[in-house]
Write a protein that binds this ligand. Structure first.
Ligand code: AMP
Length: 417
């Protein structure tokens, strides 16, 4: 069911507590914490604009890093408040408390259209415990609750869920922000009744991480394409040799079941027919766990069914790229989650980049392309095609759980329309 959104709210003069995802990468430079990537801040600006134009007194809550319930100066949100103000074009106040008298006084002194950012919610261990007393203290700051932090919506924490339950219990509205609304539209509504053909591309490291998504989408898709290390477990299931590739022998049956389901439902199931493989050379170095580190050398295309015993598969090969690109070209809806290979290494990025290009090409021909978060977003951006797809999710774990059909606590606690 559609959720109430900030568009539906009358917030003039009201204190609106909005959970945002400001978990931005930071590093110390000359004794100051500097933000390296402001994408997450940028994503919230439309909601900030809408609410402040409606006259809300806006109180932002967010987490940064993993301070484990302790005050950790390097994880203070103070520099984030400054940056949000700079990007929004209007100062954003900051209070170095999250709950309590000082935070309440700061919230209560806001004028219509002003914004306040609270200190890191994770400085309190009660946040991740979804502690009801802490949630009640947060609720004292506000009349209305908004969640625009899709990336944190799979967590049942005090600021993503507990506080909404309390505000809702005394009749305060709980709504989705504009970013959350877009995530629910593209990962939810658009995939519920997709324009056909609907092509799903899944890659990444493990079958076990994605099996629930595969299973659910086999009920909707016309074609499912499998790439990444995940494909080697399917190879193993077909009795082929996978050398030193990343495989999950305990999931051979899972792989066979997925293929059987695809066949029973008439879903085309495409696996890579060739791969880019490499030998592994001992670097003489040890990793943090004291294990020897091996580096891939002598990369080459392998068209044989078996991967040699001393080699590992790191990418899909050119024949697979051609077959996958053909299937993608006809699509009217595309969902992509997970890279086709170890794209972080340029020698093994071609398969992923070629698929990104095919997705961008189909989008230019009228397909809706939805990139389901995490590494696929990194890969699309690395291929410089981020502006040529319809939607890129801001959630990693949250997108995956949502695509699996798992209810997200940060979404279920919002009011239905
Ligand atoms: P995931 O988080 O499951 O989407 O996995 C993404 C990671 O899988 C990326 O860091 C890729 O480098 C890695 N990956 C994809 N294909 C392979 C492969 N063939 N061998 C090793 N790692 C891979």
């Amino acid at each position: 069911m559609a959720k109430l959104t900030v568009r539906d709210l009358d917030v003039a003069g009201k204190r609106v507590l909005m959970r945002v995802d400001y978990n931005v990468p930071m590093e110390e430079k000359d004794g100051r914490m500097v933000i390296n990537d402001t994408t997450r801040i940028k994503e919230t600006l439309p909601t900030l604009k809408l609410l402040t134009e409606k006259g809300a007194r806006l109180i932002l809550a967010a987490h940064l890093g993993r301070p484990d319930g302790k005050r950790e100066p390097s994880m203070s949100l103070r520099p984030v408040a400054e940056k949000v103000g700079e990007m929004f074009g209007k100062p954003v106040k900051f209070v170095d408390e999250t709950v309590g008298e000082k935070a309440e006084a700061a919230a209560n002194s806001l004028q219509n259209g002003e914004i306040l950012l609270l200190e890191n919610v994770r400085f309190h261990a009660e946040e991740e415990d979804n502690d009801p007393v802490f949630a009640a203290r947060l609720s004292r700051l506000a009349d209305v609750y908004v969640n625009d932090a899709f990336g944190a919506a799979h967590r049942a924490h005090a600021s993503t869920c507990g506080v909404a339950r309390i505000i809702g219990s005394w009749g305060g509205p709980c709504a989705a922000g504009l970013l959350m609304e877009r995530e629910l539209k593209f990962l939810g509504d658009e995939l519920e009744t997709p324009a056909r053909p609907f092509v799903v591309i899944l890659g990444g490291a493990k079958v076990s991480d994605k099996i629930k998504v595969i299973d659910r989408l086999l009920e909707k898709a016309d074609t499912v394409i499998i790439g990444g290390a995940m494909a080697y477990t399917f190879k193993l299931a077909h009795g082929q040799k996978t050398g030193k590739s990343l495989v999950e022998p305990e999931h051979i049956q899972t792989a066979l079941d997925a293929e059987a389901k695809a066949q029973a439902r008439g879903v085309k199931f495409l696996l890579p027919g060739d791969n880019v493989i490499a030998e592994l050379q001992d670097t003489g170095k040890l990793n943090k766990k004291g294990k020897p580190v091996f580096a891939p050398v002598n990369p080459r295309v392998n068209t044989a069914a078996d991967i040699p015993a001393d080699c590992e598969g790191f990418d899909i090969g050119p024949a697979s790229v051609a077959a996958f690109s053909d299937a993608i070209a006809d699509a009217k809806t595309i969902l992509w989650n997970g890279p086709m290979g170890m794209f972080e290494d340029a020698r093994f990025a071609e398969g992923t980049f070629a698929v990104a290009k095919a997705v961008a090409g189909a989008t230019a021909n009228g397909a809706k392309s939805i990139i389901g978060g995490g590494d696929s977003v990194k890969a699309i951006n690395k291929a410089k095609l981020g502006d040529q797809v319809t939607f890129m999710s801001t959630g990693g774990g949250a997108s995956l759980e949502f695509l699996e059909g798992t209810p997200l606590p940060g979404v279920t606690c919002l009011d239905d329309k």
